[in-house]
Design a protein around this ligand. Structure first.
Ligand SMILES: Nc1nc2c(ncn2[C@@H]2O[C@H](COP(=O)(O)OP(=O)(O)OP(=O)(O)O)[C@@H](O)[C@H]2O)c(=O)[nH]1
Ligand SMILES: [Mg+2]
Ligand SMILES: [Zn+2]
Length: 294
């Protein structure tokens, strides 16, 4: 009987995975059985077989970042302790996505870093102003020009297990290439005539940081939506750190914070202590989760 080894999933394509081991070897592996899917960052038990490896089991996950709607789900990265969203001034930034990633970070007990990239471009002041409210919601904000000077980001990633997430063209792969010399992730030109709207990064991949404290970064393909339909409704409620302090103070214990009399959440909204769009997002996420459960 051949021995098994534990390795780290560094790339995933359908049922095939690249798994890297502590000694630096990378093996092409297949997962048996249809019940599970894996993501970059998963730790797996591998048995060597002819031509590669067979994944026998998955270690318990510390966290799992994934997107889902009523119909399908897609794993983005496993075992991360930081979600790093990247935004830039030269493309339309969808603020609701930034809010959704913040909720995912809170649910998965991850640090939430928002990288404000392309500080060399005009319009950066507007981006900074729009991003400022996320600081009050617990996010860490970092301003950077990834093409000019990556140094300010180094301490934000050192020793952490991060996933870079964002809309296409914001500069995730550029940030990655700056932080991991030799990564050589493909970087795209934003909407060149023939290639408009294409995503440059098509599959997630994991890159290990140099240094003693085993950090790594997963670069992910750009996304336009981020559903949280899989999330437990109670975890969603808790994840709204601005709303949660008021939730227990409503007149009715089962208050849905909609139009009920004596709703402390709606009172806080009227006083300007909670932004209306945050309450709306909470209701949207609950409805999305319920639609999937139904
Ligand atoms: N001016 C400027 N351009 C940048 C900066 N960072 C990245 N870019 C450019 O932005 C474009 C998109 O960068 P990518 O790193 O491919 O973006 P991405 O987020 O990985 O995109 P997808 O893989 O499609 O999700 C490239 O042309 C980069 O050179 C920056 O700090 N300043
Ligand atoms: Mg990319
Ligand atoms: Zn209420």
């Amino acid at each position: 009987m051949t021995a098994t080894r534990i390795g780290l999933v560094v790339a995933a394509w359908r049922r095939h995975y690249a798994v890297r081991f502590g000694d630096g070897e990378t093996l092409s592996c297949v997962l048996k059985g249809r019940s599970t899917t894996l993501a970059c960052g998963d730790r797996v038990v591998v048995r060597r077989v002819a031509g590669g490896g067979a994944i026998e089991s998955v270690e318990p996950r510390r966290s799992l970042v994934y997107r889902s709607d009523a119909f399908r789900e897609k794993l983005v990265a496993a075992n991360v302790d930081q979600i790093a969203a990247v935004v830039a001034p030269d493309l339309p930034v969808d603020l609701e996505l930034l809010h959704r990633w913040g909720i995912a970070a809170a649910i998965e007990r991850c640090r939430y870093l928002i990288v404000l990239n392309k500080s060399d471009l005009p319009g950066f002041d507007v981006l900074r102003t729009r991003a400022a409210p996320f600081g009050a919601l617990g996010a860490v904000l970092a301003e950077i020009s990834a093409t000019r000077d990556i140094e300010p980001l180094v301490p934000e990633f050192r020793g952490r297990r991060s996933v870079l997430i964002g809309q296409s063209g914001m500069g995730k792969s550029t940030v990655l290439n700056g932080l991991v010399p030799g990564a050589q992730a493909r970087v795209g030109e934003v909407s060149t005539a023939l290639d408009s709207g294409r995503h440059t990064t098509t599959e997630a991949a994991l890159y290990e940081l140099e240094g003693p404290d085993d950090g790594w970064i997963v670069d992910s393909p750009g996304m336009k939506t981020f559903g949280l339909a899989h999330a437990d409704p109670h975890r969603i409620d808790e994840a709204f750190v601005d709303i949660a302090p008021y939730v227990g103070r409503c007149r009715f214990r089962d208050c849905r914070h909609d139009r009920e009399p004596g709703c402390a959440v709606r009172e806080a909204e009227a006083e300007g202590a909670i932004a209306s769009h945050r309450i709306a997002l909470m209701h949207t996420l609950r409805a999305e989760a319920a639609a999937r459960g139904a």
